[in-house]
Write a protein that binds this ligand. Structure first.
Ligand code: SAM
Length: 316
């Protein structure tokens, strides 16, 4: 199993600016790369992860930083409750490093990979619907919909048809079996630069873990929970996620475009709940991109909480 190399660590620390006495939520603990760097500044870390298998990493961190660290097993949607249960008075920073970790990808038995045979699972936690449940039970329409929407698979209907045809004879249980059926439905590899099943596997992973819904819930919870002056840093790895973060920050910093003369909209009188830490997104430099392929698609956006009331739910 390859260790998980934290992505954009220097840039994240700069945006999060943790200091002794601060309380920071690392909402995606993983192997604890960010957490350890934050703890080294003297801040206290409340870490979250929905994956029970990160526990040994958390035990090691707790051992090295006694009294300064705790791990809470919850998805982002439980962030606000988890924070309030800790009894901490003030939250100074929240960081999200969205997506799967190298540990999750590398373990065949987690079922994320179309390169290694394993059970068709893909759950980051150990609860809820698996990828096998989805491909064996969803109708053609919803299957094709997620392949298109979450995977950008142009031949989504053709893949869904092949899946439905095959599952009548034998339900899917293994990753490589599904990868082969998808590959065949798409007419083989034909020199494609990526495996033909890449997009369908990405789509299933996003659906199994409700990754986009969770991201929205996490951003809402951060807004509701951060103290004035608290910092938010979000690292994403594909455009669907980055779009959500960008739209959230554009709206909540008061920069959403108004209506035109021809299509006026009601004037938004809400005060911005965030100010941008920097314009746009920060990306990894040449050195990090060369050393860590995962860093090549990473984008960091960051903002500082104002003292205005939270705006609440993100419009879907
Ligand atoms: C990319 S890894 C984080 C790596 C970490 N920054 C490090 O330096 O080791 C993402 C982690 O977040 C967890 N995760 C992803 N989505 C989550 C969610 N919605 N709720 C809770 N944990 C989540 C995953 O289980 C995984 O362990």
């Amino acid at each position: 199993m390859s260790p998980h190399a934290p992505v954009l660590l220097t840039e994240v620390l700069q945006a999060l600016a943790p200091a002794a006495g601060d309380v920071i939520i690392d909402a995606t603990f993983g192997a604890g790369g960010y957490t350890r760097a934050i703890l080294a500044t003297g801040a206290t870390v409340i870490a979250l992860d929905r994956d029970p298998t990160v526990q040994p990493h958390a035990d090691a961190v707790a051992n090295d930083f006694p009294g300064k660290f705790q791990l809470i097993r919850t998805p982002f949607s439980g962030l606000a409750d988890a924070f309030s249960d800790t009894g901490a008075a003030r939250l100074d920073g929240v960081v999200f490093d969205i997506g799967v970790s190298s540990m999750q990808l590398d373990q065949a038995e987690r079922g994320f990979s179309f390169m290694r045979d394993g059970p068709l699972d893909m759950r980051m936690s150990d609860e809820g619907e698996t990828a096998a449940d989805i491909v064996n039970s969803w109708d053609h329409g919803p299957l094709a919909h997620i392949f298109k929407l979450y995977g950008d698979e142009r031949q989504s209907g053709r893949v869904a048809t092949a899946i439905l045809r095959r599952r009548v004879e034998t339900p899917f249980t293994r990753t490589l079996d599904l990868a082969e059926v998808v590959e065949k439905a798409l007419g083989g590899r034909r020199g494609a630069p990526i495996h033909p099943a890449t997009r369908v596997f990405q789509a299933l992973r996003i659906a199994v873990n409700d990754e986009l819904g969770e991201l929205r819930a996490g951003l809402e919870a951060a807004e509701a929970t951060l103290a004035p002056g608290g910092r938010l840093a979000v690292v994403t790895f594909h455009s669907l996620e980055d779009r959500i973060v960008k739209a959230f920050l554009t709206e909540r910093t008061g920069n959403a475009p108004g209506g035109s003369r021809h299509a006026p909209v009601a004037v938004d009188t809400r005060k911005p709940s965030f100010t941008l830490s920097f314009k746009g997104a920060r990306e990894a430099g040449e050195e990090e991109r060369a050393a860590n392929p995962r860093a090549r698609s990473a984008k960091l956006r960051a903002a500082v909480r104002t003292d205005a009331p939270a705006w609440g739910r993100i419009a879907a």
